[in-house]
Design a protein around this ligand. Sequence first.
Ligand SMILES: [Zn+2]
Length: 179
Amino acid sequence: MTRDRAVAEMLLRRKTRPKLKKGKRYAKRSKKSTTKEPLSKKHENALREAFVKVLLKSPLGKVRFSDDERHISVIFFDEKFSYRIVIKREVNVGSWSKSKDEIFIDKEILETENIKSFKALCVHEAVEKFLVETYGLDLDKEAHVVATKKEEEYLKRIGGSWRSHQLVVYHLWDKLDRH
Ligand SMILES: [Zn+2]
């Protein structure tokens, strides 16, 4: 199967998130597939693998933060998504809301005064949330892998060091995990 074909098929199966008229909560997704014939497990796995490869190679587009750094908007894979950034105690350093347009970042990352690490983590959580919610990617095996790549791309773009960023995040994660 060609890569373009894989992407085309994956796009056809793109999950839509119909918005309710008021408020920002999403309506629950229908579990019905958009294609009439279900894919075989083998075909589905091949498709997913090809799609993840395409995403890994797709460059991260524009990333914007609001002046107060509490909102992020990202362009990736020809789509734009924006989330509110909530700073709180977050044992996994970063995560995101399944019901609202919000990503969560642990408050201590700001205390390290490493604004580049903070921003790169925001990009990670935003990309991950988008891929899970829009394409139904597996969080750990697929979305997290792509999100980490885009986090690295962004960090390098703003002149950060991936190695020191990883150390900052690891130390924070280790510290939070022990509480
Ligand atoms: Zn992740």
